[in-house]
Design a protein around this ligand. Structure first.
Ligand code: CA
Length: 227
C-alpha cells in the first residue's frame, strides 16, 4: 500500500512544492495549511509520516506536535521543517517528539531522502518487488502502473490498490470488509457497495483487453486473484 505523508505548512507555495516532490516519489499526500486543520485531518487519517512547519498561524507546530504525541498517542515520525536554525531549537524539538529536522530552504532530493529515511526507521517502508505478475497481467508497484498483454490499463487509485493487494497475496481471499479497510483506510464499511463496484470496474477494464478472468469471486467470502 502506498504510504501517506501529511504536510503541515501554511505557506501555500512551499506546501505545494513539498506535495509535488512527494507525489513524484509515489507517496499519497495530505495537505494542511494550519495546525488546527492538521489536527482535524488526524481524526480521520493515519499518515505514515508528517512534515511539520513550526511557524504556523494559530496552533503552532510545537503545540501540534505535543498534542499529536500526548493526546492522540500517534507515533508517526515527524520531520520538522523550519527557517529557524539554532541548536537549542533542534534539541528541544527532538525532545518534544520530533524525529528529524530540516531547515528551509531545502532541496527536493533532501526532502525525498529524509522522508524515505524516516519511514525506513519507523519500519513502514517494506521493500517492494519491482514487478508482480499473473499470466498476462503485470503490476509495477513503484510506477503504480498495470499492463495486460503489454497494454497499459487505466485504473483509478483505489482500483490499483485493490489489484495490488490481490497480486501481492495471490493465495489470499479478501472479504469486502477487509478490502475496504485496507484500501480506504479506516472508514466503516457498513452496507455499502463500494468494493463491488470497484472490483467490477477492474474486471471490465481487464476484459476489454483480455477476456480471461483475473479476479475470482469466492462465494460468501469475497475476492482473490484468479491464478
Ligand atoms: Ca510557516
Amino acid at each position: 500500500m502506498e504510504e501517506t505523508v501529511l504536510i503541515v505548512e501554511d505557506e501555500a507555495d512551499i506546501n505545494r512544492l513539498l506535495a509535488r516532490i512527494l507525489e513524484g516519489e509515489g507517496y499519497r499526500v495530505l495537505q494542511a495549511f494550519s495546525g488546527t486543520e492538521a489536527r482535524l485531518l488526524m481524526e480521520r487519517e493515519t499518515p505514515d509520516l508528517i512534515l511539520l512547519d513550526l511557524m504556523l498561524p494559530g496552533m503552532s507546530g510545537e503545540e501540534f506536535l505535543r498534542g499529536l504525541r500526548e493526546e492522540l498517542g500517534s507515533e508517526a515520525p515527524v520531520i520538522v521543517i523550519s527557517a529557524r536554525n539554532s541548536l537549542d531549537d533542534k534539541v528541544s524539538l527532538l525532545k518534544g517528539g520530533a524525529d528529524d529536522y530540516m531547515t528551509k530552504p531545502f532541496e527536493p532530493e533532501e526532502v525525498a531522502a529524509r522522508v524515505q529515511a524516516g519511514l525506513r526507521r519507523s519500519g513502514k517502508r517494506v521493500k517492494e518487488k519491482k514487478e508482480l505478475s499473473c499470466r498476462k497481467l503485470k503490476l509495477f508497484p513503484e510506477l503504480r502502473t498495470v499492463t495486460l498483454d503489454g497494454e497499459e490499463v487505466a485504473l483509478t487509485a483505489h482500483e490499483f490498490d485493490i489489484l495490488y493487494l490481490f497480486m501481492r497475496n495471490p493465495e489470499k481471499v479478501y472479504s469486502r470488509e477487509l478490502l475496504y479497510e485496507q484500501v480506504w483506510q479506516g472508514g466503516y464499511y457498513g452496507e455499502n457497495n463500494t468494493v463491488n463496484v470497484h472490483v467490477s470496474n477492474i474486471r471490465r477494464k481487464l476484459k476489454a483487453i483480455d477476456p480471461e478472468e483475473y479476479i475470482q469471486t469466492v462465494y460468501g467470502i469475497g475476492f482473490k486473484l484468479k491464478i
